[in-house]
Design a protein around this ligand. Structure first.
Ligand code: BTN
Length: 238
């Protein structure tokens, strides 16, 4: 019998799928996937609010005992790449990637990813990947203009996309050592959001400002500040 990599949980409404996954984790030893039709108290990176409407995709995937802290950037690359490939598969074109984990269409935000971890002795015990994709919402969040799949005339079932993401995570987690990260970094570099604009990145201990060079195969952002090349790791901006 085929045993899924995740135990899947479904809710009509929830405060927050990342928090629900953490709660379920106290009782369940397996990997956990949480889906809700309406999330009322979503959060984004840097404690920003993530607003959704009923019918948007809001889901989380909690994975146990997988990786070293230094591999977090690579996991981020894989997640972003999977979501982009799924969006392409359902017919979305001209998808742009904004480092570290935002997806834009026509200069408007379509999807965001929030990765949280529990760490001890440089090993990640649990990684929680929260994904929000605007299916129906029309709203301005944190003054960032947004767009939804319905505005792009894409009518697709949120559950279908949820299962596609679940399946993709399963595939890549089982083949982490065999993946060609260069191919993924080239793809994300090619589709980088507003390549020619000056980028400003607020990291934990410093602020960077410079021109985009590439996203490398470790999931690090490379920028040029005057004549200096700066490498910004995923861990620095968590
Ligand atoms: C961001 O753009 O800063 C990340 C947004 C992540 C939103 C998703 S929706 C499901 C999960 N639950 C949350 O509260 N956040 C993530």
């Amino acid at each position: 019998m085929f045993l899924s990599f995740f135990d899947h949980y479904f809710y009509k409404s929830l405060k927050n799928t990342n928090d629900e996954a953490k709660k379920i984790n106290l009782l369940n030893k397996r990997n956990i996937a949480v889906y809700t039709n309406f999330q009322s108290k979503g959060r984004g990176r840097k404690q920003r609010e993530w607003k959704s409407s009923a019918g948007d995709l809001t889901c989380s995937f909690l994975i146990k005992n997988v990786i070293n802290v230094n591999d977090l950037g690579k996991i981020n690359l894989l997640i972003v790449n999977s979501v982009i490939n799924i969006l392409k598969y359902i017919g979305i074109k001209n998808i742009k990637y904004k480092w570290p984990n935002d997806i834009f269409i026509q200069d408007k935000k379509l999807a965001g990813i929030l990765i949280e971890t529990t760490i001890s002795r440089s090993t990640i015990n649990e990684i929680i990947i929260g994904i929000g994709i605007n299916f129906v919402a029309k709203r301005i969040a944190n003054s960032i203009p947004t767009i939804s799949l319905s505005e792009l005339n894409c009518r697709v079932d949120t559950l279908k996309v949820f299962f596609l993401i679940s399946f993709n995570i399963n595939l890549f987690i089982n083949s982490l050592k065999h993946i060609d990260y260069e191919v993924i970094s080239d793809n994300l570099t090619k589709n980088f959001f507003s390549k020619s604009k000056l980028l400003t990145i607020n990291a934990a201990n410093s602020k960077y400002s410079g021109n985009f060079v590439k996203v490398n195969s470790f999931g690090e952002l490379i920028i040029k500040e005057k004549n200096d090349v700066k490498v910004i790791s995923y861990g620095e901006i968590l």
